[in-house]
Design a protein around this ligand. Sequence first.
Ligand code: ADP
Ligand code: MG
Length: 246
Amino acid sequence: MTSISLDNAAKRFGRVTVLNDINLDIEDGKFCVFLGPSGCGKSTLLRMIAGIETLSDGELKIGGQRMNEALPAERRVAMVFQNYALYPHMSVFENMAFGLKQAKTPKDEITNRVNEAAHILQIENLLERKPKELSGGQRQRVAIGRAIVRQPAVFLFDEPLSNLDAALRVHMRTEIANLHRKFPEASMIYVTHDQTEAMALADKIVLLRAGDDVIKKGSIAQIGSPLELYHRPQNLFVAGFLGSPS
Ligand code: ADP
Ligand code: MG
């Protein structure tokens, strides 16, 4: 059970409401993309699911269970960040093993899982290197590997490809789609501001918009498959953002 649901969720920072009235369901094993312009609250929403931010209102369920108060480690989620967030003084192997060591996973098991993830991502020959000896694409593979070894029920990606050059971005996008095929049970939530990326990857798109008043309130503009959003936009914002005829 890896379904995720948010019921009337909101997030406030002090007096500023950045997300309001968020209702959504992500079914087991689906690839869901949070799409929208910069500042609309995509990362905040992802961080609430990860347990890095609390909800100010509403309820979060993962696998049918209320998770509002659960610690990040209890949520069976693994997050991949835009800036990779690797430990610079550790080797690739140690970076991938770190979370498992913390969780007191047996040593043999750690070695097996790291080797398996390295194989999937074709970075077996980089395990002894330090992050500074890697290209951007290789670093992002290590960051993805670090998520895979934890065998999460839910993968969370926050603009993982936006620091890569255009050609590599297209290549890595295919790899992320393959990853979804390799772990069909896991749900994936992928944050991006790039509609092409969203169209290529998503089973379901959650298109967010930022509020236009001083007290910004990010909200959901439309939820649907890529084709639904493109061919049947429910409002001008959706039509404009996806560039479809309205
Ligand atoms: P996105 O990822 O879509 O670009 P974010 O979720 O990063 O958007 O931010 C949404 C809004 O919340 C922005 O206006 C941002 O400035 C604000 N925000 C994010 N984190 C904090 C924070 N810790 N404190 C105050 N405001 C924040
Ligand atoms: Mg963001």
